[in-house]
Design a protein around this ligand. Sequence first.
Ligand SMILES: C[S@@+](CC[C@H](N)C(=O)[O-])C[C@H]1O[C@@H](n2cnc3c(N)ncnc32)[C@H](O)[C@@H]1O
Length: 234
Amino acid sequence: MRFFLVTLLVLVAPLLHAEPVYETRQDHDPNGIGKFFLGREIAHVMGHQGAAWLERPEREEEESTDRLLDALDLKPGMHVADIGAGSGFFTWRMARKVVPEGRVYAVDIQQEMLDLLMKNMAKRRVDSAVTPILGTVTNPKLPAQSCDLMLLVDVYHEFDHPYEMIASLVPALRPGGRLVLVEYRLEDPNVPIKLVHKMSEQQVRREIGLHQELQFLETKTVLPQQHIVVFARK
Ligand SMILES: C[S@@+](CC[C@H](N)C(=O)[O-])C[C@H]1O[C@@H](n2cnc3c(N)ncnc32)[C@H](O)[C@@H]1O
């Protein structure tokens, strides 16, 4: 019955422009918040106390982060956003690719993360190319049509208002601008990440597919643990 209702919602919501309903369940994964979107439980936000994990030395190799950056095809002069930027692992790496004229907006909901991020940007000497933005759980506070690309690494699954967040990211994309979600593959049991912190490609496409202003471009499978799912603003 639940499967039937979720399927019906997925098919009908885009036609009606209706905002999808969230569901709360008492019986749920302890790593999740008990709130479900299209059948998927939303994960707890990773606290700033865990930032060292984002900067772990083995990350580059484990996640082939250089390959991810290459897949973004960034060019000097581009304006890009790192949404849920955390400690800035990807922020400075993106900044180096878009300078001197380009800019990276680093958005997070934790001021502590942004403070740490800006220290890391200064260490890498890219702080003048980075604008930190303290967003809210429904609003990234980005200027309209400011971005050629938005990168969301390991963050979408912890948005506690995923529909509203994507809806408010879209106006900040330029026409043709790309929205890139990178999530650990739920389909692969060998990816050593807690279940609610992983997403299937199908679920990503189902949820983002509700936004009619976006079109699916491709899924890149060049990474060992994550999929790169790319959408563009029409
Ligand atoms: C697991 S960390 C990933 C950080 C970074 N993307 C990386 O891969 O190194 C997720 C980050 O997303 C942030 N976050 C969660 N919900 C958010 C939202 N609605 N808007 C912006 N940032 C959010 C958290 O505060 C946290 O810093």
